[in-house]
Design a binder for this molecule. Structure first.
Ligand SMILES: [Zn+2]
Length: 277
């Protein structure tokens, strides 16, 4: 979740050669577009308005108009296919399939970036709909340009027992992220993407399909959770919501509330909606 492999700058630049061959931009416009693409990459996923506006507006309009060429079956569909290759989950929510492409910097404003593969991120329909054009782009993380956070746990799930019901809440660890701007970006991303609500069903499904049915007996849960945690980290990384839940659950089982949590989980199998997020 969060970070996916960044497309190579050389690929983004060779796309521009192809735009020239296909008559989308002329040689002079291509030079300016190359410069903008290099700036986007060097500035880790953004350009200033001034840098963008060095592309003549007529050329920017033309590039924007040709975005439909990336639709499957059209002449630039290789860009869409190559970006989607190997991405199995939407990097913005880690719930849905990445069936659409999002312009990280919105194409309505940054028209010259409409075909730049560094600005195109695979995304699910739900996230694409929510991202829309309402929020500034920097309220979202950029899945290609996140700093290297390997080894850092920053998404925290908290599991609480309220009566016999399990409550799960998520938060970000500001200290672990060590960067106030990045922390703010994760928090606004989570809020704008409505992830607390959208994860509700997924969390229940996950607890049913992976946690409850995985361990044959509730007494085997602690050992099973450790195994599951290792597997989830391998597949989704340290900061996926699934990883966070299992990490929190494993910790909780070791606490004095452990037995009550196991009982609540077992009861969940019978009353599947007894969980609040
Ligand atoms: Zn999504």
């Amino acid at each position: 979740m969060w970070k996916i492999r960044k497309p190579e700058l050389t690929k983004a630049l060779s796309d521009i050669d192809d735009f020239v061959k296909k008559g989308i931009v002329n040689d002079k416009e291509a030079k300016a577009l190359e410069c903008l693409t290099k700036q986007y990459d060097a500035q880790k996923g953004e350009v200033t308005k001034r840098q963008h506006n060095r592309i003549p507006s007529e050329a920017a309009e033309r590039i924007h108009k040709h975005y439909s060429d990336t639709n499957i079956g059209n002449r630039l569909d290789y860009i869409r296919k190559e970006l989607a290759d190997g991405v199995t989950k939407c990097p913005y929510c880690a719930i849905g399939l990445p069936e659409t492409l999002d312009h990280y910097m919105p194409k309505t404003i940054y028209k010259a970036l409409a075909l730049c593969r560094l600005n195109l991120v695979p995304m699910c329909w739900g996230c694409n709909h929510l991202k829309g054009h309402v929020h500034p782009y920097d309220e979202y993380i950029h899945p290609y340009y996140l700093p290297d956070l390997r080894g850092t746990v920053f998404l925290i799930a908290e599991i609480r027992l309220t009566g016999k019901i399990l409550d799960v809440t998520f938060s970000f660890d500001a200290k672990a992220l060590r960067n106030a701007g990045l922390y703010k970006q994760f928090v606004s991303h989570w809020k704008n993407m409505n992830l607390d609500n959208r994860l509700r069903k997924s969390v229940i499904d996950f607890l049913h399909s992976e946690v409850l049915t995985g361990a044959e007996e509730t007494s085997a849960l602690p050992v099973y959770l450790d195994m599951l945690l290792a597997r989830l980290i391998r597949i989704y990384g340290l900061n996926d919501w699934r990883t966070a839940i299992v990490r929190a659950l494993a910790e909780k089982l070791k606490s004095e509330e452990g037995e009550a949590v196991v009982a609540a989980l077992a009861a969940m199998g019978r009353h599947s909606l007894d969980i609040n997020l």
